[in-house]
Design a binder for this molecule. Sequence first.
Ligand code: NIG
Ligand code: FE
Length: 423
Amino acid sequence: MTGRVFPGDSEEAGSPPATLVLRNAHLATMVPGGDAYGTVRDGALLLQDGRIAWVGPERDLPPAEPDADVLDLHGRWVTPGLVDCHTHLVFGGDRSGEFELRLQGATYEEIARAGGGILSTVRATRAAREDDLLASGRARLELLARRGVTTVEIKSGYGLDVDTELRMLRVARALGGQTGVRVQTTLLGAHALPPEYEGDRAGYVRLVCDEMIPAAVQAGLADAVDAFCEEIAFTPEECGRVFDAATAHGLPVRLHADQRTDQGGAALAARHGARSADHLEHAGEAGVRAMAAAGTIAVLLPGAAHFLRDDTVPPVAAFRTHGVPLAVATDLNPGSSPLLDPVLTLSLACLLFRLTPEEALSGMTRVAAQALGLEAEIGTLEPGKLADLAVWDVDHPAELAYWMGGATCAAVVRGGGVLTVRE
Ligand code: NIG
Ligand code: FE
């Protein structure tokens, strides 16, 4: 590639050019209505002041100002920047010991009930300094960013007390500033019952509703609220109370639903008008219908199914039949999905959940943006949207899912600035 490198590898290296033309490229715009990928062959993009000003076939490219920067992409493919809409990437420690125990036969639930699982990461996160959380989170986020991610959602949920939950959310926000990746934060106070509330479930749910949510809102640290509805976590009724509190504070809600057992989580999420219900391996037909009626998006997390060696497949055919949009995310976390590669995630979505490569890619671009309520700003290559895009060394966009984590990201553009370009 003969393209120039600007502003360089880091955000501090310079401000994006006012006008940038990307030419000699094929575009997977992911705009619905055309072919599967919204393809524009032999296309070009005009980026102005951090937004997409024009997209189309290069022969129709309007004349740019003479001093505009021009990047020749030599026939590479451009997609919208990837949107990883479900992660838990801020945490202390790791759970490799539990991985070994599970390989010897222990189940995720047995480990959780014995005080390990989420609670072991809670102990490590409470003990971690804010700087250490920032450094380890940054290392993980940079791996995602190098593989094309321009927007990420990050949940709390390993603090389970007001101070540590807020610290996690602060770290998540700071990561956005440090890396330039757009960060959306989600308060997941209802992730597990902390040991100090053993025997007082109602007391902990009150803490989440009456203290954690208001404190996060007051500090401007949460863009949404999530809960874990599961036998080893919270009941539908408890999650409903958390959702009522979130809604009263004007925050959108999402749910870890029907991952390990059918708890009626999909229907619960729909009843509360949730933006998304996530996991859903065990969701039933009634839940799917309810999600369709409510416009709740299904976020599929094949990394967790794979890592927990659960071969239950979410009801993908029913989601298609009823028109529930499918998003795909890494679920990057230390316990059930230590998956640091969004491109491999596309592959897993196809192989384990039988999505088509196009569904997987739209799931990590257009539909993921919808799950975050950001569809007006990101997720497709369309005039007016933010200039967030990824350039790939492939001959066809299906290769993103075909190579198992191998498709190379040649460049990432965020807000109009080119962050990495391989020669
Ligand atoms: O999305 N399901 C609940 N929460 C995480 C896992 C958390 C953990 O095990 O640390 C998930 O799979
Ligand atoms: Fe999760």
